[in-house]
Design a protein around this ligand. Sequence first.
Ligand code: SF4
Length: 356
Amino acid sequence: MSTKSKILHDYDYNELVTLVDGFGEKVFRAKQLLDWLISYKNENEITNIPKKFLQDLASQEYIFCPLEIYKEFKGKDATKFLLKTTDSQLIECVLMQYNHGNTLCVSTQIGCRMGCKFCASGESGLIRNLSNGEILAQVLLVNRWLNDKKTDLGKNSFERMITNVVLMGSGEPFDNYQNVVKFLKQIISPQGLCISPRNISLSTSGLVPGIIKFADEGLPVTLSISLHATTDENRCKIMPIAKAYKLKELFSAIDEYENKIGRRVCFEYMVTPENSTIKDAERLGKLLSGKNCFVNLIVPNFTHGQAQTTTKEQAYKFGGMLKKYGLTTTIRRSLGADIEGACGQLKRRILNEDKK
Ligand code: SF4
């Protein structure tokens, strides 16, 4: 954490202890403050902390709620939120409601510098990193939104809170390494939301140094690799990062991660007519042979203006080819297609509309 940070969600418990001490308050205030921050309440809603201390924090411009809902869009089985930061930037997160629980897809950066050809977030480059507190606040704000909704619906209604988190929104998590790791530690912590690492997935475009470093953090979250092609040549066409890190290097880093963490790795593979041939199945079978992994086949939810060229049937067909090589596949339910669920799409449209 930068010593100058004014976003209270950037502070972990130990840092809050130091902060409250600096204001001459007792240590137990840190836990009280943390509980309020987790419930995403602002200073006017807090009841068991002396007003004077809260006023002191506010007068020194400490921020209790760093994000607010700018717009929300309810789809059939997903809700997309456009959130406004304190410096008036917009970020996106998507709530997906499954039978087994609620998953929130969070952003880790505003924009992204990776420039993947299929993604709207990378189109205008990186604007800035999100702080750990701003990533955390996405989860807490939507948790509160679910909670408030439950209250609105009456006490007999049942609305589960966020049970799973995926770092798959706008941004490359390993390009914002320190803040992402601190966020993960906060959300896993028993003093935080206590979400099991097994319920967290981190998706990377393949930033090799980040994967190697992350293997030493000892955080058993599911690592998802955006693969999308079976040769360096084809991968370079859609993911510029493939020019810097070839498949050989990428797979050696993944092996290191798998050996140290012992968790099954997920490979994201967007099925297009160009990358789902018999040859691709054969190459993928070879690349993943002997790995503790599964392949998540994605039917692309293309960015505005692009044609939808793949169907779920084609993804099933490619999955069938992969079975021959002993690979386990899943097909991602395309939640949120009706609300421009792919990262960056909604923000781009709203910004364009607001300009008119
Ligand atoms: S897919 Fe992910 S890594 Fe690639 S440009 Fe989009 S946000 Fe960045």
